[in-house]
Design a protein around this ligand. Structure first.
Ligand SMILES: [Zn+2]
Length: 159
């Protein structure tokens, strides 16, 4: 059954505005707010697809890594601390990307300064959902292969 989450479930201004504009007023089961603007979790999935792409492209699977909920919470500071994050993430991914829920990831390399830090700063601070960095544009819009770019950078660092 489709569940609904609300704008107060999140801390990100951009995302909150989008939910506010799209949503209908209802009680939210995830952060227990009454009469907030809510959207279905499948709509949330669509809104955060760019972040999911960044995670799938820039993080590698690792048994000692973080699960998708932890990455969204810690690395992207997406949620209001009062939100039932595990339940919301499970409901959001279950329909579209259930396999992601069982995976753990770690960042390819935290030492890659320029490109990655710039991209991350862009995602977090400026315009998270439509990043404008050169790296992002090259990776996602033109060549569509961020992994190769990072692989090349890592190889250059090793020689
Ligand atoms: Zn909520």
């Amino acid at each position: 059954m489709a569940q609904r989450c609300c704008s107060k479930c999140f801390t990100d201004k951009n995302l909150r505005e989008k939910i506010h504009n799209l949503g209908k007023i209802q009680r939210c089961i995830y952060c227990r707010s009454n009469e907030e603007s809510t959207i279905e979790t499948s709509e949330l999935f669509n809104l955060i697809t760019p972040i999911i792409e960044v995670i799938e492209t820039n993080y590698r699977e690792s048994e000692t890594g973080l699960n998708i909920a932890e990455i969204l919470k810690i690395e992207f500071s997406l949620f209001n601390p009062l939100t039932n994050i595990q339940a919301l993430v499970k409901d959001t991914f279950y329909e579209h990307k259930p396999l992601l829920l069982d995976k753990k990831f770690e960042l390819l390399s935290k030492d890659l300064d320029n490109g990655w830090e710039e991209l991350k700063a862009e995602l977090i601070n400026k315009n998270r959902f439509f990043p404008q960095t050169t790296l992002y544009k090259e990776a996602f819009l033109e060549q569509g292969n961020l992994f190769n770019i990072f692989t090349n950078v890592i190889e250059e660092l090793n020689y």
